[in-house]
Design a protein around this ligand. Structure first.
Ligand SMILES: Cc1ncc(COP(=O)(O)O)c(C=O)c1O
Length: 378
């Protein structure tokens, strides 16, 4: 029998937010990590162009694979053969593929806690065992080589995320190299989720492929490329697993949508527009970092990348789900409770996504400030 897995609570918040919206309230959506900007204009134009011209059968775009290989060469100095790539319907199926192809039921997979909710739940759904490593504010909520060295017995695998969800923290280059070294020595297979690459507010972002050519790497068009609903992403698999990964995708998912692959290819050359989004996120991040301490939320790890702030709300509550629901009902601002990311400590945290327009962030802050001022401290 399959394992029970916990629901994503941000979805229940979002559902309630949409009910309130339907009843006429103006809602500010900070609950999902979802750019509100839409696909790059040139990508949409390309999609319009092919719609009338193509039958849209099952298809794996070789030009897109080659373009992604160029992306690794130009962005990270990594030479990759297109045969190591599969095009997927986003990072989610890429993660399923990597886990299914690399591990067996019962295998132990390490990951940081807090971390993206689907890591532990997908691992469980595949009858593997998540090994959550508590990573507090003192280690900027990130895994380290030392933490992986200390795990006894060594797990079969580890999921690395940099920049991370829900915190946006980035693992520095030397630490990534040290993680790669520990994993190689201890026989730990790495899956690196690089979905937030391209979204940094300072620190350089490195791919795990620079240090561990045998890592599985997951990526997506959902975040930097602003194409979440197009359902497009990719998986790089180790040379030795290429045949297995391609057999798995053929059986489990067939192909990604043809229309999205055409559009994604063009999106990869829409740099100016996408960098424009990053400027907006940078402004939003600064606004929030400036304002949150005034709300009584001083304990935050400033995000290096992605578009999230993970804030300690223990001063007000240990029930982040109830707190986020109350906030939504009383202000129309939807946020994500920490329990989605950390089943142990998450009652004391909440996550704000700032992938909105700057006027929306300003409006959210105007509602949040009086509301937080009225909340009794615990
Ligand atoms: C860290 C992380 N990985 C993977 C995903 C899944 O993204 P998608 O399937 O849209 O590519 C998300 C979505 O928010 C995420 O935050």
């Amino acid at each position: 029998m399959g394992q029970d897995i916990a629901p994503f609570q941000a979805i229940s918040i979002s559902r309630r937010a949409h009910e309130l919206k339907a009843s006429g309230q103006r809602i500010l959506h900070m609950e999902f990590g979802q750019p509100s900007t839409g696909a790059p204009k040139a990508a949409i134009a390309a999609a319009h162009g092919v719609l009338d011209a193509e039958a849209m059968g099952y298809w794996e775009s070789q030009p897109l694979k080659e373009r992604i290989c160029r992306h690794y060469l130009e962005g990270y100095g990594v030479t990759l053969s297109p045969r190591r790539l599969v095009i997927t319907c986003g990072a989610s199926p890429a993660l399923v593929l990597a886990l299914a192809a690399a591990f067996s039921p019962g295998d132990r997979i390490a990951m940081a806690r807090p971390g993206y909710v689907a890591y532990r739940n997908t691992v469980r759904a595949l009858n593997m065992e998540p090994v959550e490593i508590a990573c507090g504010a003192d280690v900027r909520f990130q895994l380290s080589a030392a933490a992986l060295e200390a795990l006894e017995p060594a797990p079969q695998g580890v999921i690395i995320a940099s920049p991370a969800n829900p915190t946006g923290t980035i693992i520095p280059k030397d630490e990534l190299a040290a993680i790669a070294e520990v994993c190689k020595r201890r026989g730990i297979q790495i899956i690196s989720d690089e979905i937030y690459h391209g979204l940094s507010y300072g620190p350089e972002i490195h791919s795990m492929l620079e240090f561990s050519p045998d890592a599985y790497v997951v990526n997506s068009f959902s975040k930097y490329f602003s194409m979440a609903g197009w359902r497009l992403g990719w998986l790089v698999s180790p040379e030795a697993h290429v045949a297995r990964t391609s057999a798995y995708i053929g059986n489990l998912f067939l192909t990604a949508p043809s229309l999205s692959q055409h559009a994604g290819l063009v999106a990869m050359d829409s740099r100016d527009e996408l960098e424009g989004h990053l400027h907006v996120y940078r402004r939003n991040r600064a606004l929030l970092l400036g304002a949150l301490p005034r709300l009584g939320l001083e304990k935050i790890a400033p995000p290096d990348g992605a578009f999230y702030i993970y804030a300690d709300v223990s001063r007000f509550t240990h029930d982040s789900l109830g707190f986020c629901l109350k906030l939504l009902e009383e202000t129309g601002v939807a946020t994500a409770p920490g329990v989605d990311f950390d089943p142990a400590e998450g009652g004391r945290f909440m996550r704000f996504s700032f992938a909105l327009s700057t006027p929306e962030i300003e409006e959210a802050l105007a509602r949040l400030e009086p509301w937080f001022a009225a909340q009794p401290a615990r």
